[in-house]
Ligand binder design. Structure first.
Ligand code: G3P
Length: 228
């Protein structure tokens, strides 16, 4: 499963990219607004910080202005995925941009019927918002299961991008169901590393190792030379 980080905060992005485990970034107008930064230079900066797809969302809602914005966004960097809303105009733009080789992420997906339309429009990614469905008492992961099943049955190549992730179980369940990508807020991405038994076990190993007085590197060998 690919991990994207769901933020427009360049410091968070750089920090998480340094783990070597980050495959891309998703932004949306709300996340960009939170940074207080100018959109286009910020997107350029993010695209330079990660090799994988960076979703940048259009602002327009009508077909022609949306297409114009999408075409412009696609010129910003080779790793841009233009993000469009799951509306008739958005899907028309998806089809037009996808035909020209641009990656498109169709966002605000809340049903399997919508996901089928996104695939038919040639989307590289479809983003079902699992957390927002859970918030209103619906079953976000049930939607992921159904979309994965439909895409598999139909041989549809659009990647299922689990979005609106609220906790690590959304990520694990998405992986189990066969979703190719999860976009994860930075705090939750860091939570994935954590387990209290890992901390407890490591503290014990460190204490016992110190007590043993042993060393792994031979005397006189500097750490970096030992790696060569
Ligand atoms: O970026 C799209 C999606 O992940 C937003 O999530 O937390 O605003 O529902 P959220």
């Amino acid at each position: 499963m690919k991990f994207f980080v769901d933020t427009a905060d360049i410091n968070e992005i750089r920090d998480l990219a340094a783990t070597g485990l980050l495959d891309g970034v998703t932004t949306n107008p709300s996340l960009v607004a939170k940074t207080g930064k100018e959109f286009v230079p910020l997107i350029r900066e993010i695209c330079a910080a990660v090799p994988g797809p960076v979703s940048a969302e259009v602002g327009a809602t009508e077909f022609e202005p949306m297409l114009e914005e999408g075409r412009y966004l696609a010129t910003l960097a080779p790793n841009i995925a233009v993000k469009v809303p799951l509306t008739p105009a958005g899907l028309k733009v998806c089809k037009a941009l996808g035909g020209g080789g641009t990656m498109v992420n169709v966002t605000l997906c809340f049903s399997s019927a919508q996901a089928i339309l996104a695939a038919k429009a040639g989307a590289a990614f479809v983003s079902p918002f699992v957390g927002r469905l859970d918030d209103i008492g619906e079953d976000g992961m049930g939607l992921i299961a159904e979309i994965c099943q439909v895409y598999m049955a139909q041989g549809m190549e659009t990647e299922v991008l689990v979005a609106s992730v609220r906790h690590p179980r959304h990520v694990v369940e998405g992986a189990r169901l066969g979703a190719q990508v999860a976009t994860i807020p930075p705090g939750i991405l860091r939570q994935l590393f954590q387990h209290p038994l890992t901390d407890k076990g490591l503290a014990q190993f460190v204490a016992d190792w110190r007590k043993s007085g042993q060393k792994i590197l031979p005397a006189g060998v500097e750490p970096l030379k030992a790696l060569a």
